[in-house]
Design a protein around this ligand. Structure first.
Ligand SMILES: Nc1ncnc2c1ncn2[C@@H]1O[C@H](COP(=O)(O)OP(=O)(O)OP(=O)(O)O)[C@@H](O)[C@H]1O
Ligand SMILES: [Mg+2]
Length: 333
């Protein structure tokens, strides 16, 4: 029978939609552009992201889920509705789908309600919520149902989540609001402080992706960057090195490493022993920064594995639940 069940990774940076029996069908930045006067939606996703920091006064491009929390309820709801309708090709007469949504483990009751409501108002028959690190662990095929410790680190845009999972349950989890976005902000601040140059968040993200490293590379790399000189008030270009970016990101990396260490300290001994044997899997777009595995390996002494497709792990895991009813019942709420 035709099934339109879907799973959504509602990330602060990117939203992914997995359609049962099809796989990931949508992958868009979690950005919405609104008309400031009418409050009508102008664009959603990639198109809206282009407008961040570039829109005229009549249009406001916002990230409704910034910093790991739902900052704008209504806009988040509209965004979810938009994406659900998009994967269903705006068909109205579909079977009402069951929807699994992966949300940050730190979200409040009110936020959970808002997420549920928006999926329901978009036509969901039933809504199941799963915690992001659980979905990520399932997505990378960790044997989470076994009575054995599995450690997952998910470094997203808004939050870094560290979780220890055994027998389909989260034994320990810690979420900090320091991840990819914070790295971008740290770069903006560094360039401002050191060079009196103001750069936008998008530029900072590009710098991070191009020359950001968590550990010194064999070879030095540099990048030409453009922004506005705060003293002269005019556009200016300068060259930034990987070393400078690493310095800018120092504090962010320390926080991430510290969070992992605290998680390890709090892990019950039997499970800790399992983790020493099996190692740790790292997912999330933030884990794509070069050298992060080396940094984590040095800091913890544990085997660190980077997920094959870190940006898709949560969506794949949530998607798998659509065809595993038993597991769905165990890990969702
Ligand atoms: N090649 C790369 N190098 C470094 N960072 C990257 C790279 N590609 C993507 N990122 C960063 O990954 C982050 C997005 O990751 P991801 O999509 O996993 O986050 P999210 O799931 O939306 O956020 P969260 O899980 O916190 O809600 C962004 O900060 C982005 O800049
Ligand atoms: Mg995520």
């Amino acid at each position: 029978m035709f099934s339109s069940d879907i799973a959504i990774d509602l990330g602060t940076a990117n939203t992914l939609v997995f359609v049962k029996n099809k796989g990931i069908c949508l992958r868009e930045p979690s950005v919405v552009a609104l008309n400031t006067l009418t409050k009508e939606i102008q664009a959603v996703g990639a198109e809206a992201k282009q407008m961040l920091g570039r829109a005229p006064a009549s249009i406001e491009a916002i990230r409704p889920m910034k910093d790991g929390v739902i900052a704008h309820f209504e806009v988040t709801q509209q965004m979810i509705r938009h994406f659900i309708q998009k994967v269903h090709n705006n068909r109205k007469s579909m079977v009402r789908p069951r929807v699994v949504i992966a949300a940050p483990s730190g979200i409040t009751q009110v936020e959970k309600r808002a997420v549920r409501d928006s999926a329901e108002s978009a036509g969901a028959r039933e809504v199941f919520l799963v915690e992001e690190p659980m979905a990520a662990a399932i997505g990378v095929d960790l044997p989470i149902e076994e009575p054995s410790g599995n450690m997952i680190i998910d470094i997203g845009g808004g939050t870094t989540e560290v979780a220890i999972i055994s027998m389909s349950g989260i034994v320990y989890s810690k979420s900090v609001r320091v991840a990819g976005d914070e790295m971008d902000e740290a770069i903006v601040n560094y360039v401002k402080r050191k060079y009196n140059l103001l750069i936008g968040e998008r530029t900072a993200e590009n710098i991070k992706i191009q020359i950001g490293t968590a550990y010194p590379l064999d070879q030095r790399v540099t990048m030409e960057i453009k922004g506005r000189d705060l003293v002269a008030g005019i556009p200016k270009t300068l060259v930034l090195s990987d070393e400078e970016v690493r310095e800018a990101l120092q504090e962010t990396f320390s926080t991430i490493v510290e969070t992992v260490k605290i998680a390890l300290e709090r892990t019950p001994p039997e499970l800790a022993a399992d983790i020493v044997d099996k190692g740790v899997v790292v997912t999330g777009g933030g884990s794509l920064i070069k050298g992060l595995d080396i940094l984590l390996r040095e800091a913890t002494g544990l085997p660190i594995t980077l997920a094959e497709d870190p940006l898709s792990a949560v969506a794949l895991g949530a998607g798998k639940l659509l065809s595993n009813h038993k597991l769905l019942k165990k890990v969702t709420f």
